[in-house]
Design a protein around this ligand. Structure first.
Ligand code: TYM
Length: 324
């Protein structure tokens, strides 16, 4: 199976990204042909600092590898280095109904958040994402819940193109984890954990033990003191989900373990669990610090491999549309 997924270079990779997406990537890379992309062009659609973008891209590559993506097995590359993505995005825009783009939840939320000088890139964002996916004849797109709607749109776009011009694209399938597809913010459990949130709301994969402790102990929990998963108790339910996924134990077992114990004791145990679980990531990242050249080589090699994979599809799309 061909697997494709991506992550934006801005902001830190947090445990939501890990549990929703990267953990699946690591499993999938064992038996599939995986292509993982650092989507720098998508990151330009909201305010960012051009001076630090390249640094963030290198850091993100290190994070991928530290988290367990093996560059010898999987293709890792930067979106803007493979120009076929932007070309295909234009071609796909021809079959994308504006009404579908207007429905996108992420667009509506971001348009509200970045009202001033609202740009067309933000509106067209899902077309570029569809191009990312369709360019590689992708079967599976492992993502968190918030990206499911965009993958569904990529399917619609593939179908419309195939109907109008003849079979060109594989229809991809989103793959969400059974649990952890939407990890909530630690400071506001009504909102999803997000890189653009304040750092109190998320735990980065590389946070120090001190930061982990402070963020978990201060995390917002609900009134009451029972350690019990319940849809009405968003804070404690979110922490239980995180506990369960890092310990690989069912929630019921954790509830039992903390029966008649308070939030503080549960949180302390979660702090220890997270410190231990994230320690290998911190160590692995250290190994790569200062190895900029090696990282750049991985990305260059990745872009070459990606371009080879992309060529037949872009040629086919151009030909079907009468461009060659
Ligand atoms: P991004 O960079 O916002 O997030 C990267 C991945 O992490 C998942 N994720 C979460 N999962 C669980 N809980 C959360 N709180 C949480 N927050 C984020 C996201 O669902 C995503 O899988 N548009 C995409 C990047 C992209 C892409 C693609 C993905 C561009 N082209 C093609 C797949 C295929 C994005 O902004 O992800």
């Amino acid at each position: 199976m061909r697997v494709f997924s991506g992550i934006q270079p801005t902001g830190e990779i947090h445990i939501g990204n890990y549990l929703g997406a990267i953990k699946q990537w690591i499993k999938l890379q064992k038996n599939n042909e995986c292509v993982f992309c650092i989507v720098d062009l998508h990151a330009l659609t909201i305010p960012y600092n051009p001076k630090v973008l390249q640094k963030l891209i290198l850091e993100k590559t290190i994070s991928y590898i530290a988290a367990g993506i093996n560059p010898k097995k999987s293709v890792i590359f930067v979106q803007s280095k493979v120009k076929e993505h932007t070309e295909l995005a234009w071609l796909l825009s021809i079959v994308t109904p504006i009404g579908e783009l207007k429905r996108m939840t992420q667009y509506k939320e971001k348009a509200e958040q970045f009202k001033v000088n609202l740009n067309a890139g933000l509106f067209n964002y899902p077309i570029l994402m569809a191009a990312d996916i369709l360019l590689y004849q992708t079967d599976i797109v492992p993502v968190g819940k918030d990206q499911e709607q965009h993958v569904e749109l990529a399917r619609i776009i593939a179908r419309k193109f195939n109907q109008k011009y003849g079979k060109t694209f594989q229809e991809p399938q989103a793959q969400l984890p059974k649990s952890g597809a939407k990890i909530m913010s630690l400071s506001n459990p009504k909102k999803k954990m997000s890189k653009t949130d304040n750092p109190q709301g998320y735990i980065s994969l590389f946070d120090s033990p001190k930061e982990i402790k402070s963020k978990i102990m201060k995390s917002v929990t609900d009134t009451g003191k029972e350690i019990k998963y319940s849809p009405g108790k968003l804070g404690i339910s979110n922490l239980l989900t995180i506990y369960s996924l890092f310990s690989e134990k069912p929630i019921k077992e954790i509830e039992k373990k903390f029966k008649n114990k308070g939030y503080a004791e549960f949180k302390k145990s979660l702090v220890n669990l997270l410190i231990n679980s994230l320690e290998p990531f911190r160590q692995k990242r250290k190994e790569f610090q200062g190895k900029e050249k090696e990282i750049k080589n991985i990305l260059e090699e990745g872009a070459k491999r990606a371009q080879i994979l992309a060529q037949p599809t872009i040629q086919k799309a151009r030909q079907k549309m009468g461009l060659i």
